[in-house]
Design a protein around this ligand. Structure first.
Ligand SMILES: [Zn+2]
Length: 209
């Protein structure tokens, strides 16, 4: 069984959103074309309480981009984003949801952030995604979504750790590049960890790719 994991394709992560990935919405048509090629499709959803510790606004005198210590972990402060039950936390309207088997929310614990779709950043709590995929006999996962250098990367790295044969569909992801080169470095880190990097055409047109 092969599963496609759609990471955080939400309004706040595309242009017009609070923490927009440049051109983040451009991956949506490609993600929609990829979905029918998989046995199982799941999505992750960044889903924070308004008082979440990763928001700069919740730390007096702090600005987005600054580093703090949160529950013993280094934490980048972000603009307020993906607050539960807000427009920004909703999935992008053009995203085809008909084939989705399940949505896994993350970042719900005020005191710790969660980039990966599998665990929080301290690996203290699981979201249930790993157990769910294993119960469905999934052995291979393909990761797409936003953002390559944060949630996509940590989802793919955790997938490898959990024993899934893990692939990154590079052109169906986009990154933030807070620092120039972050996306390139993230792809390199995934490759070194054992993630296969491929382009969507290999799945859409396997005979010619
Ligand atoms: Zn978040």
């Amino acid at each position: 069984m092969k599963a496609l994991i759609l990471v955080d394709i939400q309004n706040d992560f595309v242009p017009g959103g609070a923490l927009a990935v440049p051109e983040g919405d451009l991956i949506v048509p490609l993600v929609n074309r990829l979905q029918p090629h998989f046995d199982l499709v799941v999505a992750t959803q960044d889903w924070h309480p308004a008082n979440h510790g990763s928001f700069a606004a919740n730390h007096a005198g702090r600005n987005p981009g600054e580093m703090i210590d949160l529950a013993g972990l280094p934490q980048i402060l972000w603009p307020t984003h993906c607050v539960q039950d807000t427009e920004g936390a909703k999935f992008v309207a053009g995203l085809d949801r008909r084939q989705w088997d399940r949505v896994f929310t993350k970042g719900t614990d005020t005191g710790i952030d969660s980039y990966s779709g599998f665990f929080d950043n301290g690996h203290r709590q699981a979201t249930g995604l790993g157990d769910y995929l294993k119960a469905k006999q999934v052995t291979e996962v393909y990761v797409v979504g936003l953002a390559t250098d944060y949630c996509v990367k940590f989802t793919a790295l955790d997938a490898v750790q959990l024993g899934f044969k893990t692939h990154l569909i590079e052109d169906a992801c986009l990154g933030v590049n807070l620092q120039p080169g972050d996306v390139v470095a993230a792809v390199d880190e995934m490759k070194k960890a054992g993630v296969e990097i491929l382009r969507a055409e290999k799945i859409l047109e396997p005979a010619t790719a």
